[in-house]
Design a protein around this ligand. Structure first.
Ligand SMILES: [Zn+2]
Length: 177
């Protein structure tokens, strides 16, 4: 197993639409093992493959601190139901160290996807779990939580965002906002 390097804001991989996983082979299993280790190391609650530079439709969730929620690894997820009731809450993201802002999301979602066993499944999520599901699945479509920020939250995080972008400007020569 290996710790993977986090892709941070400005890295073009975060804006790409990730590819479907067609076959659960050794390569995919290894990616997932490494993602699990990386998430534990970062003490986050969710990680999507693009966040570690891998443009594939995979995410993992680990919410052990909240009663009733769970650990989940899902491939090719698709949200098939969004509740009309929405909740605004503060979010962070491992690809945006030090950045926090309010995001409005559905309180409940239903997600269809494939388990590691290859079986198709439907997962229901509520509250924090539903929020993490929506955040991670957004990553697979190149959508980022800052896209939902209010002008105030954008302003509040301006310096932090610029700091992250500057590091990636050095690394990539250019950044993708
Ligand atoms: Zn994120």
């Amino acid at each position: 197993m290996a710790l993977l390097e986090m892709a941070t804001y400005g890295d073009p991989v975060l804006r790409k639409k990730a590819e479907e996983v067609k076959k659960i082979d050794k390569e995919i299993l290894e990616i997932i093992e490494n993602m699990k280790e990386t998430l534990m190391n970062q003490s986050g609650v969710g990680l999507a493959a693009p966040q570690v530079g891998i443009s594939k439709r995979i995410f993992i969730v680990d919410l052990p601190q909240e009663k009733g929620t769970r650990r989940l690894i899902l491939l090719n997820p698709k949200i098939i139901f969004y509740s009309k009731d929405k909740i605004v809450a503060e979010e962070g993201c491992l690809s945006f160290p030090g950045v926090w802002g309010n995001v409005e999301r559905s309180n409940r979602v239903r997600v269809k996807g494939t388990l590691l066993s290859g079986k198709s499944t439907v997962i229901e999520g509520e509250g924090m779990f539903a929020r993490v599901l929506q955040h991670e699945i957004d990553h697979l479509d190149g959508k980022l939580f800052i896209d939902y920020f209010s002008p105030e939250d954008k302003e509040k995080n301006k310096e932090k965002l610029e700091e992250i972008l500057n590091k990636n400007r050095e690394k990539f020569g250019k950044v993708e906002l």
